[in-house]
Design a protein around this ligand. Structure first.
Ligand code: HEM
Length: 466
């Protein structure tokens, strides 16, 4: 009896303490004008619920509090906006004090000059310099031949093998971008560069606790090595008489370089390009392979498009700009993959001052999660939204509608959109014209918080014509 009394006492005590802590935390954030919502536990907020329940957490909170609600996730008091109109306003109005709100670990590892860390005139310079590297003319003349050359070799020996397509598309995204940046040196650089880059990426997604054996610490160390490698490359280029046709040359070339970046800025710019294109391009490519496997009619239509292009060319001819521009169905497959898999759930901003949004007052320093995921499943925009139906994108107006946020929007809209699509299209071209494939089965694909196959996505590849 006494034991029972003690147990009941402990349980009651824990319940009362929990209630008191939750209430205290709610009171702490109870400011006039804030949107409704809950703040969860002191320090941890609602991060566990958010990560565990994922999109359902967001939908449940929206059902209770409306499309704009407060929460405490990923270590910060946050306003979540699922309101398409407000999301658009936030993306279009950085100048009103709505800056990128990416985590400290990301900013430290990607560098002080990386595009997400700068705003105002510095952002204009970094963005302008980047856009000049990926203009349609540069993609056509310099980048597409490199991507083509890389894809042919990357996809050359897959016949009769079981491969992890997740791993292969990750290597593809990284190495293809290294080749675009540093053309001929990329082969010798890739072996040492790749493992450090993977550590750097992991570091940006970790808690910023700089202790030995943490991913964050490893990420910072990896950044140092990557900076050293790129610094050496820049020094060698300066000493050499050779001419190069690649992004590094464009960044360094004083003649035409009206942006005149310092070496540290060039290095951060390169890291930004590689980082921004890495997960987006690799995951979209992997998911396209998955959806094509699961939808034979789509695969048939896509293959028809690519075999049609091949018929007009000799086997050794690379894809050119006209081929790329003719890939209408491929583009549709890429958009439909990005939409249905929701490669990007949303983007983060933070307020630089107290500001009014939708009639609420958002305090200075709060994060705003511009959560764009749900718009991808809006039946008004995408009838039968859970069906994989690339044909819907053949009406190009869908790509131009006001709430198309797959590549972000406003002043920070993805400058690498066409480059990314060109890379994925070229990958799909060689993949579907050379191979057939079967999934081995048993691999899981997680859709939240990131799209990934925790144990890889294994496929058995065979030659298309045998
Ligand atoms: C399928 C591929 C891609 C997707 C889905 C994608 C998506 C996005 C999104 C949603 C944003 C907005 C981020 C924000 O507002 O905070 C963004 C920005 C950005 N993307 Fe991409 N991206 C892709 C490929 C690439 C590639 C290949 C590059 C390489 C150049 C790139 C470079 C960037 C950069 C530098 C920014 C930041 C722009 C700024 O802050 O002004 N992206 N991307």
């Amino acid at each position: 009896m006494a034991v029972l009394t003690v147990i009941i006492g402990v349980v009651l005590g824990v319940c009362m303490l929990s209630t008191a802590l939750l209430r205290w935390n709610e009171m702490k954030y109870r400011k006039k004008g804030l949107p409704p919502g809950t703040m969860g536990w002191p320090l941890f907020g609602e991060t566990t619920d958010f990560l565990k329940q994922g999109p359902s957490f967001m939908k449940n909170q929206r059902a209770r509090y409306g499309s704009v609600f407060k929460s405490h996730i990923l270590g910060c008091p946050t306003i979540v906006s699922m309101d398409p109109e407000l999301n658009r306003y936030i993306l279009m109005n950085e100048c009103k004090g709505l800056l990128p709100g990416y985590p400290q670990s990301m900013l430290e590892i990607l560098g002080k000059s990386n595009i997400a860390a700068v705003h105002g005139p510095a952002h204009k310079t970094m963005r302008g310099a980047l856009l000049s590297l990926v203009s349609p003319t540069i993609i056509r003349q310099q980048i597409l031949p490199k991507i083509d050359d890389f894809m042919r070799s990357h996809l050359s020996n897959w016949t009769n093998q079981v491969i992890d397509i997740q791993q292969k598309t990750k290597e593809m995204a990284l190495l293809s971008s290294l080749k675009q940046i540093s053309g001929i040196e990329s082969c010798s650089l890739s072996k040492t560069f790749m493992p450090e880059f993977f550590k750097l990426v992991l570091g940006t997604l970790s808690l910023p606790i700089n202790l030995p054996n943490t991913n964050y610490h490893r990420g910072l160390q990896a950044r140092k090595k990557v900076v050293r490698m790129l610094g050496d490359l820049i020094d060698e280029r300066r000493k050499s008489e050779e001419t190069h046709e690649d992004m590094l040359n464009l960044l360094m070339n004083g003649g035409d370089n009206r942006y005149n970046l310092r070496d540290e800025e060039i290095i951060d710019q390169i890291i930004t390009i590689m980082y921004s294109g890495y997960e987006t391009v690799s995951t979209t490519s992997m998911m396209a392979v998955k959806y094509l496997h699961d939808h034979p009619r789509v695969l048939e239509e896509l293959r028809k498009e690519h075999l049609g292009i091949r018929e007009r060319k000799r086997a050794e001819d690379p894809l050119d700009w006209d081929d790329y521009k003719s890939m209408k169905f491929t583009r549709a497959v890429i958009f439909e993959t990005s939409r249905l898999a929701t490669i990007v759930n949303g983007v983060l901003r933070k307020t630089m001052k107290d500001m009014e949004l939708n009639g609420f007052v958002i305090p200075k320093g709060w994060k705003i999660y511009v959560y764009t995921r749900e718009i991808n499943y809006d039946p008004c925009l995408y009838p039968d939204p859970y069906a994989f139906n690339p044909w819907r994108w053949l009406d190009r107006s869908l790509e131009a509608h006001n709430y198309f946020f797959i590549f972000g929007g406003g002043t920070r809209q993805c400058p690498g959109k066409e480059l990314g699509i060109a890379e994925i299209s070229t990958f799909l071209h060689y993949f579907v014209t050379k191979y057939r494939w079967e999934e081995m089965g048993g691999d899981k694909v997680m859709k939240f918080p990131r799209v990934e196959a925790p144990n890889g996505l294994h496929i058995r590849v065979s030659d298309l014509y045998t």
